[in-house]
Design a protein around this ligand. Structure first.
Ligand code: NAI
Ligand code: MG
Length: 497
């Protein structure tokens, strides 16, 4: 009897499990994988099964001190500081090639640790290679300027790296977050201490192993799995850190800002959102509806830029609500490795309970529950797609970031009303408008207060396109030319001729 060869998904899963089962997962400090000084470890679970995957070394203050010292040494060492821009480009391209060669494995580790469906994890891991390539191209284009003067002087600027960058990332798309943070910092000549999220840190560790294989000088990247209030806070407060880049909740972002006052390190923040997705009656409804569902269900809604407030023009509200609900009902939840699974579990029991409390709040506030609201039967922190319609923008479910597959459909009258309500939020990360009227499309995107806008699409990304928040969605930008400023500082020079 012949046994059928494993499917690519099964093969990737087996490879990921083999890697997870190897020797303990440790901290990367100065090019060495080491145990935490305290010897402590913590568990990481598979949110689809609630079972233990493995234990991971738990960094605390002493480990942060060691990693920051290693990053400082690497920053000052000629092997990194004197590397030519072209060599840096090649270094980032080697990382991109490594990542690309390991997409199935990285995706499978991510699916196991975070719970996201394999198709989603594969798309995210694939994007990582492009992100390293995008920033590889920037290395030789981090330009200073020459400044007009009267001829008796020469004035110019140098754009220099910041130094040691602390980076704190969340659990929602970990390998993508780690890649963005590494690539942006390294292309500008910085060194990094990355603290992945305690709930899903394995792909950050695997990514760092792959990067180590490309012969990056030791200490250029350091990785410290650990908890927020200990390792994260130690990094944000550290006197030896020049910049802290944080992605996560707005509440923690504010704490990071307070902690960063210790030495006034530079701070960039990518925080929460409650993005408006505005559909006018003249829009291509087939596309608008399919995309509206994809944006609130993708990654089970655990996406900072997700379109969680769907504004629909009054005349088509009922039709769109009906169609959105029936499309969302096709988002089958289940085993992240199954080919027909579109929706994975939420990251944790806490996150599931949090999302449930919002579903309850929606019902109590009088919004109409069109889809969902049924508890998941079985293991895993699953929440099925949930759609409320006839929501009022002032309701809690329309104002607070839920981070689950929960949509608020809100009717609007006309352009002014859409803009007014769309902007009635403390956030401003992203927004979209759907219409066939070209003038209206551009007027509305100009009026919406958010950092990334889409017309007739939602959620598509290009590393050349800046990403970041208006209002309480953050400080600074990632991606695009703006992100080079976020990882460099200008030095101005006058020469008396
Ligand atoms: P969180 O903001 O606590 O976690 C993000 C990262 O911050 C993790 O690495 C965590 O260890 C770290 N952290 C936590 N406390 C810290 C501190 N005092 N100092 C330094 N670092 C610290 O997010 P959490 O609690 O896991 O999720 C709660 C809510 O936050 C979600 O429901 C969602 O609304 C929002 N969130 C938003 C994200 C985004 O990308 N905008 C990502 C993750 C969560
Ligand atoms: Mg996990």
């Amino acid at each position: 009897m012949t046994v059928a060869p494993p499917s690519p998904a099964e093969a990737a899963r087996a490879q990921a499990i083999a890697w997870i089962g190897q020797a303990p997962k440790r901290l990367l400090i100065g090019g060495q994988w080491v145990d935490a000084v305290s010897g402590k470890t913590f568990e990481t679970l598979n949110p689809a099964t609630e079972q233990l995957l493995c234990r991971v070394a738990e960094a605390e203050q002493a480990d942060v001190d060691a990693a920051v010292a290693a990053a400082r040494k690497a920053f000052e060492a000629p092997s990194w500081s004197a590397m030519s821009p072209h060599s840096r480009t090649r270094a980032l391209l080697r990382i991109a090639d490594k990542v690309e060669a390991h997409i199935p494995e990285l995706a499978a580790i991510e699916s196991l640790d975070n719970g996201m469906p394999l198709w989603y994890a594969t798309a995210a891991a694939t994007a990582c290679a492009d992100i390293f390539r995008y920033y590889a191209g920037w290395c030789s284009k981090v330009l200073g300027t020459t400044i007009p003067s009267d001829g008796s002087t020469l004035i110019y600027t140098l754009r220099e790296p910041l130094g040691v960058c602390g980076q704190i990332i969340p659990w929602n798309v970990p390998v993508l977050m780690a890649s963005i943070k590494f690539a942006n910092a390294l292309c500008c000549g910085n060194t990094v201490v990355l603290k992945p999220a305690e709930l899903a840190c394995l792909t950050s560790i695997r990514l760092a192993e792959l990067i180590q294989e490309t012969d990056l000088p030791p200490g250029v990247i350091n990785v410290l799995p650990g908890f927020g209030p200990t390792a994260g806070a130690a990094l944000a407060q550290h006197l030896g850190v020049d910049k802290i880049a944080f992605t996560g909740s707005t509440a923690v972002g504010k704490q990071v800002v307070r902690d960063a006052t210790s030495n006034l390190k530079k701070v960039t923040l990518e925080l929460g959102s409650k993005a408006p997705n505005v559909v006018f009656a003249d829009a291509d409804l087939d596309k608008a509806i399919a995309t509206a569902v994809k944006t609130f269900c993708g990654n089970s809604g655990q996406v900072c830029s997700a379109g969680t407030r769907l504004f629909v023009q009054e005349s088509i509200h009922d039709e769109v609500a009906e169609r959105v609900a029936s499309e969302a009902a096709t988002w089958k939840a289940g085993d992240p490795f199954a080919a027909d699974t579109k929706l994975g579990p939420l990251i944790s029991a806490r996150q599931r309970d949090r999302v449930w409390s919002y579903i309850g709040a929606g019902q109590e506030s009088g919004a109409a529950l069109r889809l969902g609201g049924k508890a998941w039967n079985g293991p895993g922190y699953f929440v099925e797609p949930t759609v409320f319609d006839n929501v009022k923008n002032g309701m809690k479910i329309a104002q607070e970031e839920i981070f689950g597959p929960v949509l608020s459909i809100i009717p609007f009258k006309d352009e002014d009303d859409a803009v007014l309500q769309g902007n009635e939020t403390t956030y401003g990360l992203s927004a979209a408008v759907w219409t066939r009227d070209v003038s209206r499309a551009h007027k509305v995107v100009k009026a919406l207060k958010a950092g990334r806008l889409w017309i007739n699409t939602f959620g598509e990304a290009d590393p050349a396109m800046a990403f970041g928040g208006y209002k309480q969605s953050g400080w600074g930008r990632e991606f695009g030319a703006e992100s080079i400023e976020a990882y460099t500082q200008a030095k101005s020079v006058m020469v008396r001729l």
